[in-house]
Write a protein that binds this ligand. Structure first.
Ligand code: DGT
Ligand code: CA
Ligand code: CA
Length: 596
């Protein structure tokens, strides 16, 4: 067959083929009436599933003359032809036709959590909704609930889903931004590539430690801007210069990410940092305060009658405006300026305040590091204690522990403790709070644990009432020391569960159950909004990495940054306490831990 050699060189992987089949099924459902052939839709869904489950890449299997696509369960002659077309060209004509029939803006509807193809079709046909904007307008005006299959609850869920998409689309996770920031900093500073290069600070939302980052804003001091800009232009071979002036430049990298650069004289560094750190709303208030004092503030400095009076450091500018220096994480114009004017800013928690990490996994469940490797990683961070909190049995995907395996794991932790004297190893568990509200293992086991974290991994689509009751009742058992990632959101993938957070905060305070601030870049949970809401309850927090590998202990820094954005001081954070104090707070402290 003449096509075989071409297909044999294909680099298209099984996942891509499966995604195209899923898309075909979605679009068939959107375009067809109720009476349309449901078997056809199902055939594509089954086809996608089969292709995904193959252990061999089709692009390579196809090179074998004895290999027959139709031998794969769920793949008939029709789908086999489509697979060949995809391997050869990357697409097939039915899908092309469907994509022409359904505009891209309507396809965007499928990215909203809680909207599948059936609902997208109803929205399109009954309400003439063809875009996310139109969906947002209809949901906020309660027009959806009039429509078949949509109630007030689904309206609320759709609004939450839309907010989530807006928060994350086209933005970087903090981990990606951190890696990019490190790479660009290294490039700019390496081998004295830029003569006379002074300070280099990444300002913008990156410095404010926002949950997601749009682009990086580099502020650099140098007497000559040209070599700085020339150097940035060579950072990425596939980058495009979006704009370049005398002292500023913007580039788009091959990856699509953007970097803005501003070169300023040394005496403007403070003013430029304030300006480019933002937020815009914070800057606007500062400029107003300056104007009220007869001053002018811009990125070059603070001026009185065109005479420069401050600007080389941020402290200098804030002081000249009658304000204490404000940590970047708080610069959102949400009350921090009033606090700075009256010297009432919180003393935000810092990474060096953290004595230990209370949420770590090992390769006994879904971690990628052994117990010994995780302990070494913790020692490198100079922790005084850690809790090993592997999953309980319900999390089958993560090889969760039953009671026998858990006890064996704890025994191994005891043995490890014999070998290390500079760090206390707490025997913990991340226990699932089951759909019905019960805990995943029997109470007898908990009595032996030093540290118990409750978490939800299944049944996340329950109603607000069910979800709240589930968490609240679990806390009321008195068996939990903390709730891990309390809202379950996954940035870019899943909005928070429906939850009465204030009720959770009330009960958590009553039951002395701490709430986690989880540092996994996709979680950062509790999120910013929840932390603001928590401020008025006497809740205690734990700031954790939830590391699944030794290098992930560094996610603690993201958790601390999140805590700082929430205005937290160290006395509200359990693992910013020394071990003796932590122990006095813990309800279940084993005799081993007491004697260690
Ligand atoms: P991002 O990149 O979307 O995550 O958020 P930011 O805050 O980094 O925003 P970006 O990159 O557009 O601008 C960086 C900072 O520059 C911003 O936080 C405040 C300042 N800035 C930008 N445009 C304006 C403006 O029109 N007025 C004022 N006052 N400040 C601005
Ligand atoms: Ca930015
Ligand atoms: Ca920018």
């Amino acid at each position: 067959m003449s096509v075989r050699p071409k297909i044999g060189e294909s680099v298209i992987d099984n996942e891509t083929i499966a995604k195209l089949f899923d898309e075909t099924a979605d679009l068939l459902e959107i375009t067809s009436s109720d009476r349309a052939n449901p078997f056809r839709v199902r055939a594509y869904r089954n086809g996608a599933r089969s292709v995904r489950s193959l252990s061999q890449q089709l692009a390579s299997s196809i090179r074998d003359a004895n290999f027959n696509l139709t031998d794969i369960p769920g793949i008939g002659k029709d789908l086999a032809g489509k697979i060949l077309a995809i391997l050869e060209t990357g697409h097939f004509s039915l899908l092309d036709d469907l994509r022409r029939q359904v505009p891209a803006s309507t396809r965007d509807l499928l990215n909203v959590p809680n909207i599948g193809p059936k609902r997208a079709r109803v929205l399109q046909h009954d309400l003439h909704i063809h875009s996310l904007d139109a969906l947002y307008a209809a949901a906020s005006e309660h027009k959806l609930s009039a429509c078949k299959g949509f109630g007030p609850t689904s309206e609320q869920k759709i609004l939450a889903g839309l907010a989530h998409i807006q928060l994350t689309s086209g933005r970087m996770l903090v981990s990606e931004a951190k890696a990019l920031a490190a790479a660009v900093t290294k490039h700019m500073k390496s081998k004295a590539a830029v003569p006379g290069l002074g300070d280099l600070v990444i300002a913008g939302s990156y410095r404010r430690c926002k949950e997601t980052i749009g682009d990086l804003d580099l502020v650099v001091t140098c007497s000559n801007a040209k070599p700085v800009m020339d150097r940035l232009a060579t950072f990425d071979s596939g980058s495009m210069i979006l704009g370049r002036g005398e002292t500023k430049m913007a580039i788009r990298l091959k990856s699509g990410r953007q970097i803005d650069l501003r070169v300023v004289p040394e005496r403007s560094l403070g003013a430029a940092l304030i300006y480019f750190t933002g937020s815009k709303a914070h800057n606007i208030v500062l400029r107003k305060i300056a104007a009220d004092r007869g001053l002018k503030l811009n990125e070059y400095g603070l001026y009185k009658n065109d005479e420069w009076i401050a600007g080389s450091t941020e402290h200098q500018v804030y002081r000249a405006l009658g304000l204490a220096w404000i940590p970047p994480e708080l610069r959102e114009a949400t009350g921090e300026i009033e606090l700075a004017a009256t010297n009432r800013l919180p003393h935000l928690i810092e990474s060096c305040d953290i004595f230990g990490d209370l949420h770590l996994h090992t390769n006994v469940t879904d971690g990628r590091g052994s117990l010994a490797e995780m302990v070494v990683a913790a020692q490198r961070r100079h922790y005084k204690f850690i809790a090993i909190t592997d999953h309980s049995r319900r999390v089958t995907m993560a090889n969760g522990l039953d009671e026998t395996r858990l006890r064996r794991h704890w025994h191994a932790i005891d043995q490890m403790q014999q070998k290390v004297s500079d760090i206390v190893l707490l025997k913990g568990i991340e226990i699932d709070i089951l759909e019905g509200g019960k805990l995943d293992l029997s109470k007898g086991v908990f009595a032996e644990a030093d540290w118990v974290v409750g978490a939800i991994h299944y049944g996340q689509r329950q109603s607000r009432m069910q979800m709240t009751k589930r968490i609240v009742n679990a806390m009321r058992t008195g068996l939990l020391n903390a709730i891990a990632h309390p809202t379950g959101r996954l940035i870019g993938q899943r909005p928070p569960y429906e939850l009465d957070l204030e009720e959770v905060f009330r009960v958590a305070s009553d039951c002395h159950c701490a709430l986690e601030i989880n540092g996994q870049p996709t979680r950062l949970d509790l999120g910013e909004a929840a932390l603001n809401l928590a401020a008025k309850y006497p809740v205690r927090f734990v700031v954790n990495s939830d590391a699944h590998a030794p290098e992930e202990l560094a996610f603690m820094d993201f958790a601390v940054a999140q805590a700082r954005r929430g205005g937290l001081e160290k006395h509200r954070v359990l693992n910013a306490c020394a071990l003796t104090e932590l122990r006095s707070i813990l309800k279940y402290t084993s005799s081993r831990a007491q004697s260690a």
